[in-house]
Design a protein around this ligand. Structure first.
Ligand SMILES: [Mg+2]
Length: 256
């Protein structure tokens, strides 16, 4: 088997809604078996912080840790012996770019806080150098999305990163896709050697053939994710969470 990079989201992609369910046993079986035949690197790209991801991996008794992680959808770390080592240059530039972005657009963030945050279903929270929104109901999400789009319509450099009830703001150049691209450069692996899986809107940036020729999403994915993975020729799993991702890996790379 040729060298492969397996990049997965975490929540909803490897986990399911049942917190007591074992974490993606079929996924880890596939990974352990594939590693007997070749070099397989595993990257997790998540909206969580490293502390939040580590807690979830430990809490779920994950038999393996990823070698690479993308945290808060834009910072990159190498993981060794269950410790994360930040990619200093990438993360420093990322922080500087965001400080400058949020500095330039302070008034816009204030508008979002006032106008969108005044809705009863919306809670404004501090979020990596800016504000984020947590929105309780589907109606509230639709309302917040419309208002945020209107406020940001002439600001293409500000990306709205959506994941379930969460809204985060970022520079348009920093997302799971560009982070995965950087990890690929470091590993000297291209899209032809990359499997990518995700379930929610914050995964759309990496679920494209630009980054992976083997794309997949579990059955519980957001409708826009199902549509994009289908359009890009990826695999729409029949099962939710990690069981679905194991199904996709066995489809693309059968164990024989
Ligand atoms: Mg997810």
């Amino acid at each position: 088997m040729k060298p492969l990079l397996v990049c997965t989201d975490f929540d909803g992609t490897l986990t399911t809604e049942d917190p007591s369910a074992p974490l993606a046993p079929g996924f880890f079986d596939w990974l352990q078996s594939a590693r007997k035949k070749g070099s397989v690197s595993w990257a997790v790209a998540t909206g969580r912080s490293w502390e939040g991801l580590r807690e979830a991996l430990v809490g779920h008794h994950a038999p393996l840790f990823p070698e690479w992680i993308v945290t808060v959808e834009r910072e990159i770390h190498r993981v060794k012996d269950k410790e994360a080592y930040p990619l200093e240059e990438w993360n420093r530039t990322c922080t500087e770019v965001h400080e400058a972005l949020f500095g330039r657009h302070g008034a816009i963030l204030e508008r979002i806080e006032k106008e969108v945050g005044s809705h009863e279903d919306v809670t404004v929270i501090p979020d990596v150098g800016a504000i984020g929104l947590v929105v309780e109901t589907p109606d509230g999400i639709a309302h917040a999305e419309k208002m945020v789009q209107e406020i940001l319509k002439d600001r293409p450099e500000i990306l709205t990163v959506r994941n379930g009830p969460y809204f985060r703001f970022a520079h348009a150049d920093y997302h799971k896709g560009s982070c995965l691209g950087h990890v690929q450069t470091l590993l000297d692996l291209g899209p032809g050697s990359t499997f990518v899986a995700g379930d929610n809107l914050n995964d759309l940036s990496m679920l494209t053939r630009r980054y992976g020729h083997y794309l997949a999403c579990p059955s519980n994915s957001h409708p826009e994710v199902l549509a994009q993975v289908g359009r890009e020729g990826g695999y729409l799993a029949q099962s939710p969470g990690g069981t679905g991702i194991a199904e996709a890996l066995n489809f693309f790379f059968p164990r024989g």
